[in-house]
Design a protein around this ligand. Structure first.
Ligand code: SAM
Length: 272
């Protein structure tokens, strides 16, 4: 199937598509069958922009400003939360995502806040085909990278991110604390990221190759995402092997933390 055909399919879908055995759906391109319009329309209920802004504070803005970064590519813009925040904070942001539904929603959300976001639809595996120029920083947030189910795609996406950065560029990429989930079972402080208190987000299945998350909304609707539960040190190694020279990993926005405490890890990787 060509890339354009996948896009058409995604826009035409009204329901998420899984095979007869959804636990077998472990393919990188599957995200396009998951982010159907109905789920995308509900995404902001799940993340609750105000709660999320309060809980993460100035973390990303401070990191980018401290290193003098200006031109930022949000490669997993989703509904636009970070693209909007960073634009409002004065950065020159491009909002990209592989899902046409997400890109459209991000543009709409920007417009509602008086912004005309620069948007583009781009799958990370072919990122440099669809974006122009080099960036000071790339952000890939909200556990997005763990949509990549195959290691070759993870390496390929990181190579594309690396190539899209200027020589001293910065990549900020986050992930759920899957180590804790795989080793101790699921628990969440529900304090960061998914802040909507009316929505539950929890795994229905976890094994070394799959974390299937279920999102249940107050109107009774339910959506799922099949993610790949990559471990923290594995992710750090991939970043180093992609060529990033320094990788610092924060736990729930803190520099020091007990390994099984954080819900999320945030990797800050420097190209040089
Ligand atoms: N960053 C947003 C947030 O935090 O609210 C969205 C997070 S959502 C969990 C993951 C996003 O990654 C989706 O918008 C999805 O379309 C995008 N995505 C997943 N795989 C992708 C790929 N291979 N290329 C481009 N975007 C992808």
């Amino acid at each position: 199937m060509t890339d354009n055909r996948a896009e058409t399919d995604e826009l035409a879908l009204t329901q998420q598509v899984y095979s007869e055995d959804p636990l077998a759906d472990r393919e990188t391109g599957h995200y396009r069958k998951e982010y159907v319009k109905a789920f995308v329309d509900k995404w902001d209920e799940l993340i609750d922009w105000r709660g999320r802004a309060e809980s993460e504070g100035q973390f990303f803005i401070d990191i980018l400003r401290a290193r003098g970064k200006e031109r930022v590519l949000d490669v997993a813009c989703g509904t636009g939360f970070h693209s909007v925040r960073l634009t409002e904070a004065g950065f020159d942001v491009t909002a990209a995502d592989g899902s046409a539904n997400m890109v459209a929603k991000a543009f709409e959300n920007g417009k509602r806040r008086g912004l005309i976001l620069k948007t583009t639809q781009a799958d990370w595996r072919w990122l440099n085909r669809d974006i122009a120029g080099k960036y000071d920083a790339i952000v890939c947030l909200g556990n997005s990278f763990t949509h990549l189910h195959e290691e070759s795609d993870r390496r390929r996406a990181l190579a594309e991110f690396y190539a899209a950065l200027k020589h001293d560029g910065l990549l900020i990429l986050d992930q759920r604390n899957y180590d804790a989930m795989l080793d101790n079972g699921f628990s969440t402080k529900h304090k960061y990221y998914y802040c909507g208190d009316q929505v539950t987000a929890e795994p229905s299945h976890v094994d070394e190759g799959l974390c299937r998350m279920v999102y249940s909304f107050p109107d009774g609707s339910e959506y799922t995402l099949n993610m790949c539960p990559i471990r923290k040190n594995y992710m750090r190694r991939l970043l180093q092997e992609a060529g990033f020279e320094r990788v610092r990993t924060y736990g729930d926005f803190q520099e020091t933390y007990a390994e099984d405490e954080p819900d999320f890890f945030i990797h800050v990787a420097e190209k040089s």
